[in-house]
Design a protein around this ligand. Structure first.
Ligand code: NAG
Length: 195
């Protein structure tokens, strides 16, 4: 079990629980998020929000490439970047859902089919969470946005656990799970910064 679940899934589950508890703590005692998350506070004259966000991301290069894929990110403020990040999340969820559905239709092994069905469920949940995060951002409810962004990452992780028994770390679905996890983390960093 342990060897097939290698990669990011266990530590990142742990990290997510910690983040969630920290969020709750912040909420209860009402201190600025960036103090305890070591997310650098935005300088008032910040002219490159992408740089600012990606410096707080676990994978700087991934973050820059993802946000940079949208030309609108160049002069975007944090709020606009929030919408861009959630659009990227949604597109990823849609593409990956199609991929999983395709795999499922070809799969003959019952165990794998069950795992892929679990993934479809997880990605359906991720689509809802991403939409909730977008709505929260529109309503300037950054607390909810951050929680929904974490939930998207949780869904990717759920799928990763489901397929981890038979798919190696380089398997396309697992790469897609990792991409979604990292994309959702961009939205999370932005939510924390906006608060
Ligand atoms: C998900 O997003 C990442 C980063 O933008 C991208 O590299 C990857 O191709 C996307 N995957 C899918 C399945 O859309």
């Amino acid at each position: 079990m342990a060897s097939t679940l290698e990669g990011t899934s266990a530590p990142s589950a742990c990290r997510r629980v910690l983040l969630f508890l920290l969020l709750l703590l912040c909420f209860l005692i009402d201190i600025p998020y960036n103090n305890i998350f070591c997310v650098e506070a935005a300088a008032s004259n910040e002219d490159d929000a992408v740089e600012h966000v990606c410096r707080s991301h676990v994978d700087y290069n991934f973050c820059r490439a993802a946000l940079g894929s949208d030309p609108g990110s160049r002069n975007a403020d944090l709020n606009a970047l929030g919408f861009i990040s959630l659009r990227l999340v949604k597109e990823n969820v849609t593409d990956t859902t199609l991929f999983i559905r395709e795999e499922l239709s070809r799969e003959r092994d019952e165990g794998k089919k069950r795992a892929l069905s679990q993934c479809l469920g997880a990605y359906r949940q991720a689509a809802d969470d991403a939409e909730d995060a977008r709505r929260a951002l529109s309503n300037k409810n950054y607390q909810t946005m951050s929680i929904e962004a974490l939930a998207v990452g949780g869904a990717a992780e759920g799928c990763d656990r489901a397929v981890g028994g038979f798919a190696g770390g380089g398997d396309p679905i697992r790469v897609m799970n990792r991409d979604l996890d990292r994309l959702s983390e961009i939205a999370w960093v932005i939510a924390v910064n906006l608060r």
